[in-house]
Unconditional design. Structure first.
Length: 273
């Protein structure tokens, strides 16, 4: 089991890794994501009309009668908040995002649009249909763009918009350029540094990734999940001693006894290699 697999185990068993959603591992593998980006070549802006209506119609057809009746009551009462909760309970964050955007359309504000963008971005991680991924990124891009038009100084939204371009379009350099702009004025933004770190990991620039994760720890020493990512990068580099060192630091700082036990168990495995 690798350090990365150990991280996943912690999430499933103890929910200990509160890693930000826009950098969590996606459902699609690298080749699938690349194919999605290649298909997604049209210019994306706040004026794009991408939507998940076709997925909503399909979901409605497959609803059990009892749940369909419940949903109908929410629709008749124009209870959009209830519709969002309904689709969240149904494990369809993509459809919950759709109705979050409907709220933003009716009561437009930077916060409402950015919240809708976050919802679409979150949904990418959980969709079971790989063909939906480019669509969700387009929706997220639209919402973040509209939010930033109203609040151009929102750094976190800029970072998320950049992540959408890198992860979900055929123009990743546009996202990188946005991140570099943010770095000029807010280099201590943790989301920014984490984005750079994970992009470096994905491109095989492990040394740069480690440097970024180390900077995250200098900014916020309590963001101890960074030690797990450093361990993962070092393990990929074949640096067992450095992997162990990073895991030991995490083990010493975590307050989760289950996580601590798993970490030290894995360290013992590494020492026997």
């Amino acid at each position: 089991m690798s350090a990365k697999q150990t991280k996943v185990l912690f999430v499933a068993c103890a929910l200990l890794l509160s890693v930000l959603l826009f950098i969590a591992p996606k459902t699609a593998n690298d080749s699938q994501k690349k194919a999605s980006r290649d298909q997604n070549t049209e210019t994306v802006s706040e004026n794009n009309t991408a939507n998940v209506e076709v997925y909503l119609k399909l979901a409605l057809k497959n609803l059990e009668p009892k749940r369909a009746k419940e949903l109908d009551q929410y629709q008749k009462g124009n209870k959009t908040d209830s519709l969002i909760s309904f689709w969240d309970r149904s494990r369809r964050p993509d459809l919950a995002a759709h109705f979050t955007e409907e709220i933003a359309k009716r009561s437009p504000s930077a916060q409402a649009w950015i919240k809708a963008g976050e919802r679409y971005f979150y949904a990418v991680q959980f969709t079971q249909d790989q063909t939906e991924i480019p669509l969700l990124y387009k929706c997220a891009l639209r919402c973040y763009s509209k939010g930033l038009k109203m609040d151009p100084k929102n750094v976190d939204a800029k970072v998320m918009l950049a992540s959408c371009y890198v992860e979900g379009t055929s123009d990743p350099m546009k996202g990188i350029s946005l991140l570099r702009e943010v770095e000029k004025t807010d280099s201590n933004n943790i989301k920014l540094q984490l984005n750079f770190a994970f992009f470096s990991m994905k491109s095989g620039q492990l040394d740069k990734a480690i440097q970024r994760f180390e900077k995250v720890l200098r900014i916020d020493s309590n963001y101890i999940e960074a030690y797990l990512h450093i361990a993962d990068a070092n393990e990929q580099r074949g640096k067992t001693e450095l992997t162990i060192k990073a895991l030991e630091k995490y083990g010493a700082k975590t307050g989760d006894p289950t996580a601590k036990a798993e970490i030290y168990k894995y360290i013992e495995q590494l020492k026997k290699r």
